[in-house]
Ligand binder design. Structure first.
Ligand code: AMP
Length: 214
């Protein structure tokens, strides 16, 4: 199984891809998590990416396509199925991914779109707290775990620097301009599976699994 998961920032695609990863025994690559970990290490890629991420802009395609290539090679060599969260985000990234997979004779199984209205996304993101250690997500409105520590691993919770209102608005603009056109791209390739991202986490996940089985 080779999957990608698309959706606006705050659609819950990170949470859903974590569950799909466990249920379907897949590897997961979240390009956002990977970049944040490079920023923490202050690596050259991290320092370059930070300038874009803090403004809600996309990191250049060439950087992202190189990173992705390394992971696709690794997953395919190990014979593992995988889910990509946060890649592709632009048409050139989608085309590069499809080309890589074609060369490896490794077809994409589906592109899952998690669909959520813009107002909901803004509310979710402004209230989103993330675990610094395992990247688990909590919503301030549901009440944060005790001492603002992750209930899964005990890591410290923080608000991502790109979860500020102005940056969120820009991320949504960037999504509309660069990533939304991919919906049509994957539809034309007969790979799109759309699920509503509104409702509880379990029922969204069950819908995704049902659609994938079809
Ligand atoms: P995310 O955690 O998926 O919301 O990603 C956070 C930020 O990382 C995005 O706003 C971008 O700045 C950057 N990023 C993650 N994935 C990509 C990608 N495939 N292409 C370009 N930038 C990306």
């Amino acid at each position: 199984m080779r999957l990608i998961i698309l959706g606006p920032p705050g659609s819950g695609k990170g949470t859903q891809s974590d569950i799909i990863k466990e249920k379907m025994e897949l590897e997961k690559l979240s390009t956002g998590d990977l970049l944040r970990s490079e920023i923490n290490k202050e690596s050259p890629v991290g320092l370059e990416a930070k300038q874009f991420m803090d403004k809600g802009e996309l990191v250049p395609d060439a950087v992202m396509i190189d990173i992705l290539g390394i992971y696709i090679d690794k997953f395919e060599k190990e014979g593992k199925g995988y889910i990509l969260d946060g890649f592709p985000r632009t048409k050139p990234q989608a085309e590069a991914l499809m080309k890589m997979l074609k060369e490896k004779n490794a077809p994409l199984s589906a592109a899952i779109l998690v669909d959520v209205a813009e107002e909901k996304v803004i509310k979710r993101l402004t209230n989103r707290w993330t675990c610094k250690n395992c990247q688990a997500i909590f919503n301030y409105l549901d009440g944060l775990p005790k001492d603002e520590k992750c209930s899964k691993c005990g890591g410290k919770l923080y608000q991502r620097s790109d979860d500020k209102k102005e940056t969120i608005i820009n991320r949504l603009k960037v999504y509309k301009k660069n990533t939304e056109p991919l919906i049509e791209y994957f539809q034309q390739n007969d790979l799109l599976v759309t699920v509503s991202g509104e409702g509880n986490i379990e029922s969204i996940m069950e819908n995704i699994i049902k659609l994938l089985e079809k």
